[in-house]
Design a binder for this molecule. Sequence first.
Ligand code: AMP
Ligand code: GLY
Length: 364
Amino acid sequence: MNELLKKDIMACAPTKEAARIETDKEWMRSLLKKHGLPGQIKYQSFTDPDEAKKFIEELDGKVAVKPIGLTGGKGVRVAGDHFSGIEDAISYVKEVIEKKIGGKSKVLIEEKIEGEEFTLQAFSDGSTVVPLPAVQDHKRLLPDDQGPNTGGMGSYSCADGLLPFLSREEYDKGVDILRRVVEVLDRENCRYIGPIYGQFMLTADGPKVIEINARFGDPENMNVLPLLETDFVEICNAMFEGTLSRKKICFRKKSTVCKYVVPEGYGIESKAGKKIDVDEDSIWREGAKLFYASVNKKNSSIFTTSSRSLAVVGISNELSEAEEICEKALKHVHGDHIFIRHDIGTKKLIEKRIQHMKKLRGEI
Ligand code: AMP
Ligand code: GLY
């Protein structure tokens, strides 16, 4: 963005300085702390594994261990999900520091928080923040939230802009945090222009910040951008020109389900270079949307890479209908070495999430 600005090329994205909110997790946490923003959790960063050990012990091993820089969503390890005891946590801390995972010999340790995750994306012109419908992503590779973390296996959103476990009040609290992040970035001389992404954990004590990204979410943007009624280029102009407060932004009130087709072994050791047959016309005929991600086309055939291959999105009034459309469309994608998380957006998994929140809130 900085280079484009130097050449007077109009672009709708944050500068390198403002995008640090995503690229430096420690800076993001320190900014929330400095300005007393809500949604903060306990954290500390370390370059010395022995010092890290003391903090991990203080938190009784209930921690998330994070490289400071970017790792494509695959560098974070959480107690209970990816490791069990304090010793395991420390050995990953050592690995991050020694191998400079994420680019630095430094590690961020956060308290592990419990709840349901949700994503809030918004348009920002530096002072006005316009939120989009909430989305829930599925980071874990395998059904029922098992296996390693990935860049995201699929996501859903609901016609009312909320989620089955997320109230209007909780959504508003998340939006307020995003607005205040943009406000403090401006105060720090890092005016934030472009789409902004908040990853939150809804806990019994309200939404807490997991991370802030300086872009749309992938897959979450595929849930919300197809619902946009207002011209996207006009919105980008308004973000760039600082006139977002005067722009009316409208969405279709529909539910959406997005599922990614990924190469077998994705998140562990992807089987790249395998052929996938995609019957595009039939997918569109089912009323679904198709978005290619990382594939190679040779002659007229499509081949996997090591990243996510393509996403299919079902859109309808009800979430169950959107899920059905997505699944019908996925039947037109074939390959011997592909994998899909079919449980995303299903009644069973959503019910589990509702019950999880009820339990944390002490309602059952
Ligand atoms: P991140 O790359 O920071 O989004 O982290 C990847 C995933 O790890 C998140 O989507 C959460 O599921 C989980 N996670 C990250 N930080 C925490 C935390 N402090 N407590 C519990 N889970 C976390
Ligand atoms: N879906 C997670 C991300 O875009 O970072």
